[in-house]
Design a protein around this ligand. Structure first.
Ligand SMILES: [Zn+2]
Length: 352
């Protein structure tokens, strides 16, 4: 009896989408409010438009952990699958976003930096709010305890001391989530989206998947320590951009060479981004790469090996986005993004 109920549920689930897909898109929000900084906020009206678009265009919203598990195992997900995530557990998520998500029965994931909750900061949720979210289709991920720039070593800190501090920060947050919510988190979102090979190794060693902030779709064979998400903010979240984001696909690149993840402003042009582009359903001749500022970058091609000249960019988190239009789906793009952390010209870290 139980099996037949499950079988019917599965059939209903699959018939909801005409096709299965080998990829999904993850959206990243912070505040849903018109009173918080535009760079990390969408207004409630914009958020509603996003959800309306997903609903009217037949998108399937699934929990991030389930989507990643399926794609990691090489199992298909429904066509047009999207996961919705929020970083930092801001109060506006429970006040503004929750009613809209609940109305549509959309699941979502909240990555929690636990110290801000313990300290009961005004713009953050409390533990009771998080329990309410859990009762309403949310899953909870780890976003560290302190929300520090974890890739950075403190002054005078040895590599070993840095490792110990970062491990402790992540593990402590994990223990708080378990104690206060009964949740064993398996996904870790890097604070500020900042990650390096050394930090990814720590996250991997602690048994987490690493969730990042460079844009792009997630597909089979994705990097489980640098899962891409599309950041959404009102100052660059018009509906055209939203549509391009949720309809994007992973650009299959291999053998990525990108120089050091941490560089110094003014010294970057000596490096290049290079990758091998696998064949696929896209116009490889129309591949374009852009800097974070939207500058179109020069490409050099040798067969299927592509080299991108890095711009002379300033300090901060800098990304290059490469896109190629689909051959078969008008208006859909294959997408790859790469992140560097660029220090000030004097070698100091940039400030937030
Ligand atoms: Zn954060």
């Amino acid at each position: 009896m139980k099996n037949s109920v499950m079988a019917v549920a599965l059939i209903l689930f699959w018939s909801a989408s005409l096709h299965a897909a080998d990829h999904a898109v993850v959206l990243l929000y912070h505040h849903v409010s018109d009173k918080t900084p535009a760079s990390t906020s969408v207004t409630p009206a914009v958020f509603r438009r996003h959800l309306d678009y997903l609903e009217s265009e037949g998108f399937i919203v699934l929990p991030l952990s389930r989507v990643l598990k399926a794609l990691e195992d090489g199992r298909p997900v429904p066509d047009r699958t999207v996961s919705i995530t929020f970083d930092d557990a801001y109060r506006s998520v429970v006040d503004q976003a929750l009613p809209m998500l609940k109305q549509r029965k959309y699941p979502f994931t909240v990555f929690v930096n636990t110290d801000a909750i313990d300290r009961q900061y005004r713009s953050y949720m409390g533990w009771d709010d998080l329990r309410r979210l859990l009762d309403n289709g949310a899953e909870i991920g780890n976003h560290s305890h302190t929300h520090a720039h974890l890739a950075r070593r403190l002054e005078g800190e040895t590599e070993q001391q840095w490792r110990a501090r970062v491990e402790q920060d992540i593990e402590f947050a994990g223990r708080r989530l378990l104690k206060k919510l009964g949740v064993q988190a398996h996904m870790f979102a890097y604070p500020y989206g900042e990650h390096t090979a050394e930090l990814r190794e720590i996250v991997d060693g602690l048994g987490y998947m690493g969730i990042a902030q460079q844009s792009g779709a997630v597909g089979y064979g994705f990097n489980r320590l640098a899962v891409p998400r599309f950041p959404m903010a009102t100052n660059h979240a018009d509906m055209d951009r939203f549509a391009v984001s949720v309809n994007s696909r992973p650009l299959p690149v291999i053998d990525v060479a990108s120089g050091p993840a941490v560089q110094v402003a003014g010294e970057t042009s000596q490096y290049q981004l290079a990758f091998t582009l696998l064949a696929g359903d896209y116009h490889s001749s129309s591949l374009s790469c852009y800097s974070s500022d939207g500058e179109k970058l020069e490409l050099r091609r040798e067969g299927d090996r592509i080299s991108v000249g890095l711009p002379d960019w300033g300090s901060g988190r800098q990304k290059i986005n490469c896109t190629a239009p689909s051959l078969t789906e008008n208006g859909e793009y294959y997408w790859y993004s790469h992140l560097w952390l660029i220090k000030e010209p004097d070698g100091n870290w940039y400030t937030e």
